[in-house]
Design a protein around this ligand. Structure first.
Ligand SMILES: [Fe+2]
Ligand SMILES: [Fe+2]
Length: 134
């Protein structure tokens, strides 16, 4: 297992915590696929799942930002956009046969991104969530 969700990662909104857990478990599955004997099948399945659950989650987070005065929202949305782009790019390369497997560098990046995004970037909106927009 690459990463495990822990209570310190909670953003205090059940739906978002559940989505973070799902993204983490999908990344773990993706990592297992990368080291498995059936790389192509695993990669196809979990890369797709990763794109889907990140997409849903980003939409939910960004919708919440609309209702609060969170000053980092633009930067945050930009981080989501870049991540989406990275994953979609990996899928295109995979479909074209240019990507037989995710390299250790790509897995390291995704792991780093996930931990950094949940523990740093996401944590910054937490204080604003319960304050109505002024
Ligand atoms: Fe998040
Ligand atoms: Fe986020």
């Amino acid at each position: 297992m690459l990463i495990e969700w822990c209570p310190e990662m909670s953003v205090g909104v059940d739906l978002l915590d559940e989505e973070h857990k799902k993204i983490i478990s999908t990344l773990n599955d993706l990592n297992d696929a990368v080291v498995s004997n059936n790389v192509r099948l695993g990669l196809k399945k979990y890369l797709e799942e990763m794109i889907k659950c990140c997409e849903e989650h980003f939409i939910h987070e960004e919708a919440l930002f609309l209702g609060v005065d969170y000053p980092g929202k633009e930067r945050h949305i930009e981080e989501h956009r870049k991540t989406r782009e990275y994953l979609l790019d990996a899928r295109i390369k995979f479909e074209r046969g240019e990507l037989d497997n995710l390299s250790p560098k790509m897995m390291e990046f995704l792991k780093w991104w996930l931990l950094n995004h949940i523990q740093e970037t996401d944590m910054r909106y937490v204080p604003y969530l319960h304050q109505p927009k002024t």
